[in-house]
Ligand binder design. Structure first.
Ligand code: 5GP
Ligand code: MN
Length: 321
C-alpha cells in the first residue's frame, strides 16, 4: 500500500474537530517533539489536540510540555475524530493506549521506521527521513501553518535527537536544510541543546558507573554489551529513564561495531536496545524477536530472565557482523 500524500493528510487533519496524538512508549525526542509540533500547528488552525502518553515525559524533554500532553485516556470521551500514531508504525508501540487509539473514527500514521507497515486509514511512512520531525515539518508546510518559535523548537528537538545531533548516517542534506529553516523562527539553539543534552541528574552518572561495570566485550571486541537491573536502579536511586542514551558509550568504543543494552522490565521481560556503527544491520535480529527499528538502531522485548537474555545475545549478536 502506497503512502497517501501529505497534502491529503493535512486536509483530513484540518477538517477534524479533535485529534489525539500517539507517540510510542518511552517517547523520545522525535516522538514527543513531533507530536508537540503537529499539535501546536493544528491548534493554531482551531483543531483541538492532545498528546496521549502512557509514561512520564522524560525530564530533559519537559520543556516541550505546554499543556497539550495528557495521561487521561478519556480526555476526548468514547469517540473522537482522528487518532494519529506518530513515530510509531504499529499499535504495539503504544500497548497501554491501543484501545483508545481505536476510538478514533479515522486512523492516521506518520512514521519513518523501515520496519513499519501502513496500518491506518491514511499513512505516510518515509524511511529516508532522519526523524519523523522532518515529515512533520513538511506536513505543517502543506497545512499552511507558519512555523513559529515553539513549533521550531519542538521540530529541532525531534530532529537533533534522532540523528545523533547530526552525526548519524541517517543525516542528509534535507536534515540540514530543515534545521537551517527552523533557525529562522527565533528559538534559542543553545538553550534548547542545553535542556536536552546538558541536563543530567547526578543519579544518571551513578547508574552509568554501575552499568559500565557490567560491560562485556564479545566477538573479539566488535560487540559491547551491558545491562541494568531494577536492583541496580534501587541501589543508586536512578530511574530507568536515566539510562537513556548510555548505549552510545558502548558504541563509541574503538573497534566496536554493535552495542547491546538490556534493561530489566516488568514480569520477566527484558527490553533490548541495539546500535551499530557503520555496517551491521541490527533491525533484522530485533525483528526476528518481534521488535524492529532502523538498520543502525533497533529494539525488541524478550520474555525471559536477564541471565537467559544475556546468553541469547552472546549467541546471536555476532551473527549480524
Ligand atoms: P531504543 O533502543 O532507543 O528503544 O529504540 C531504537 C529504535 O528501535 C527506535 O527507532 C525504536 O522506535 C525502535 N524500537 C525499539 N524497540 C522496538 C520494538 O519493540 N518494536 C519496534 N518495531 N521498534 C522498536
Ligand atoms: Mn524517530
Amino acid at each position: 500500500m502506497a503512502n497517501d500524500t501529505l497534502k491529503k493528510i493535512g486536509e483530513v487533519l484540518l477538517r477534524a474537530e479533535n485529534v489525539l496524538l500517539f507517540p510510542h512508549t518511552n517517547a523520545d525526542g522525535d516522538a514527543a517533539g513531533s507530536c508537540q509540533a503537529l499539535a501546536l500547528a493544528l491548534e493554531s488552525k482551531g483543531v483541538k489536540c492532545r498528546i496521549l502518553m502512557e509514561d512520564k515525559l522524560a525530564a530533559n524533554l519537559q520543556f516541550l510540555d505546554s499543556g497539550l500532553f495528557t495521561w487521561d485516556n478519556d480526555i476526548f470521551g468514547k469517540e473522537f475524530d482522528i487518532a494519529i500514531a506518530v513515530d510509531s508504525g504499529e499499535v504495539s508501540r503504544f500497548p497501554k493506549r491501543e484501545e483508545v487509539f481505536h476510538r478514533g473514527r479515522t486512523a492516521v500514521c506518520i512514521d519513518h521506521h523501515p520496519t513499519s507497515k501502513p496500518f491506518a486509514d491514511y499513512n505516510y511512512i518515509d524511511p529516508e527521513a532522519a526523524a519523523t520531525g522532518e515529515i512533520i515539518f513538511d506536513l505543517i508546510g502543506e497545512m499552511g501553518v507558519k512555523v513559529d518559535e515553539k513549533i521550531a523548537q519542538a521540530l529541532f528537538t525531534a530532529i537533533t535527537t534522532d540523528c545523533g545531533n547530526f552525526q548519524y548516517s541517517n543525516t542528509t542534506k534535507r536534515t540540514f536544510e530543515i534545521a537551517a529553516a527552523l533557525t529562522d523562527s527565533g528559538f534559542s539553539l543553545s538553550e534548547t541543546s542545553n535542556a536536552i543534552y546538558q541536563n543530567n541528574p547526578v543519579e544518571r552518572i551513578k547508574i552509568e558507573t554501575r552499568i559500565l561495570e557490567t560491560m562485556e566485550m564479545i566477538a573479539g571486541g566488535k560487540v559491547a554489551m551491558a545491562y541494568v537491573t531494577k536492583d541496580m536502579l534501587a541501589e543508586t536511586g536512578a530511574l530507568m529513564e536515566h539510562t537513556e542514551g548510555l548505549i552510545n558509550i558502548l558504541r563509541g568504543i574503538a573497534g566496536v561495531e554493535v552495542a547491546v543494552f538490556l534493561k530489566e522490565g516488568d514480569e520477566g521481560k527484558v527490553k533490548v536496545s541495539m546500535r551499530s556503527k557503520s555496517y551491521a544491520n541490527v533491525s533484522e535480529l530485533c525483528s526476528s524477536h518481534g521488535g524492529g527499528g532502523h538498520v543502525r538502531a533497533s529494539g525488541c522485548t524478550l520474555e525471559m530472565p536477564m541471565g537467559e537474555a544475556l546468553s541469547l545475545m552472546r549467541k546471536e549478536v555476532p551473527g549480524v557482523l
